[in-house]
Design a protein around this ligand. Structure first.
Ligand code: ASP
Length: 257
């Protein structure tokens, strides 16, 4: 996770992440371990590795979430370096965007993404983490699902783990990853649990009179037995699996055909 965060060419997380509409790169990240220890930062600026700050929140504070300037001050107190995260390519894109200033987070237009990881270790313990710069050109202060435990990430070491990507507002609306884990608790496979969470978003979107084609959300899930699954609203998402058989990149199944 720290590799893409530190890569200026990976423009949806960490250093090089796309800025908000004021030209500020604000990062969201969280982490959860097998003991249900949690840590999270939201709207954090100037720190290349928000996941490491989230981890420090988990390990070194009595709290679970720090935001904005408080998160930055905490990071600095822990020895993290203050840096400019706005790379030239992102600044150029932002200046282009300013000409119309049209904020339209569109499905599968590559101006947003999240790195979410869920893992089952050799002791059979589950954990997870995610990191993102969120939706490009969002309002300053906008926070997505990724730093919210239960929305963008959830781990229950007795059951399974899930993480999400896509339009954070929709994931938060259904407390997405907690829902996926609870569905697995009821006996659903990781695949079926992801499908049901997506179905919930589909239904609410229709009920709210909104267009489904404008929304993308994807979940990945892993259970205690090491079975995994994924489901999205639209095509265009893939996920990587690393297990005893090696690495593979899998195109996620999707709802809107
Ligand atoms: N879920 C992230 C957010 O809403 C963005 C993404 O995964 O595309 O901030």
């Amino acid at each position: 996770m720290k590799i893409p965060e530190g890569d200026p060419n990976e423009r949806s997380v960490g250093y090089g992440g796309r800025p908000d509409r004021d030209g500020r790169v604000t990062l969201d990240s969280c982490i959860m371990d097998e003991f249900s220890n949690i840590g999270s930062v939201a709207c954090l600026e100037h720190i290349k590795h928000p996941i490491s700050v989230a981890r420090a929140v988990m390990e070194k504070t009595p709290h679970v979430m720090l935001v904005g300037d408080g998160a930055l001050q905490f990071a600095l107190s822990q020895g993290f370096k203050k840096e400019n995260l706005l790379v030239e390519a992102s600044e150029k894109e932002w200046k282009e965007w300013l000409k119309t200033s049209e904020y339209l987070p569109k499905a599968n237009i590559e101006n947003h993404d999240t790195i979410g990881m869920i893992a089952l270790d050799s002791h059979g313990n589950l954990s997870g983490a995610c990191t993102t710069s969120g939706m490009a050109f969002k309002m300053h202060g906008r926070v997505g699902d990724s730093p919210i435990i239960g929305a963008g990430l959830y781990v229950d070491n007795e059951i399974g783990a899930a993480t999400a990507t896509g339009h954070g507002e929709e994931v938060i609306r259904i407390t997405g990853c907690h829902l996926v884990v609870e569905l697995m608790r009821q006996g659903k496979s990781p695949q079926k649990a992801c499908e049901e969470a997506v179905a919930r978003i589909v239904k609410l979107t229709k009920n709210r009179g909104k267009e489904l084609k404008d929304i993308q959300v994807g979940f990945i899930a892993l259970n205690k037995k090491g079975q995994y699954g994924s489901y999205c609203i639209q095509s265009g998402f893939n996920y990587a699996v690393n297990d005893n058989s090696g690495n593979k990149l899998i195109d996620a199944a999707y709802y809107l055909k």
